[in-house]
Unconditional design. Structure first.
Length: 107
């Protein structure tokens, strides 16, 4: 029988430029996703690809629509994208840039 060993570290977050560093530094245990070591393999793969490509990428994940984007996508947001920060969006933790913290459903 094939035995699949699930990684128990957040090595998949290695690299990724400035957004990779911000993602690694964020306290994910305080979010609905929990620690990166416990994320589903599909999310680990998506985030690894997103952080390590030079193509602009953005994803929302889960019912809370937690946001992830890379350095290339961040550049498309103009000056406000340069100041990316972690905020609560509609009561749910996520990554967002700029001064607005209005929930997406209110926009």
């Amino acid at each position: 029988m094939l035995k699949i060993n699930r990684p128990t570290s957040a090595d998949f977050l290695a690299g990724g430029g400035e957004m990779g560093a911000l993602t690694r530094a964020h306290d994910w245990s305080a979010t609905p996703l929990g620690k990166p070591e416990t994320w589903p393999q599909s999310l680990r793969t998506a985030v690894r690809i997103l952080l390590n490509t030079n193509h602009p990428m953005f994803i929302w994940w889960g019912p809370e629509l937690i946001q992830f984007y890379n350095d290339a996508y961040r550049q498309t947001m103009g000056p406000s994208g340069i100041q990316a920060r972690w905020v609560s969006t509609g009561g749910n933790a996520g990554m967002k840039s700029g001064p607005s913290s209005v929930p997406r459903s209110s926009r």
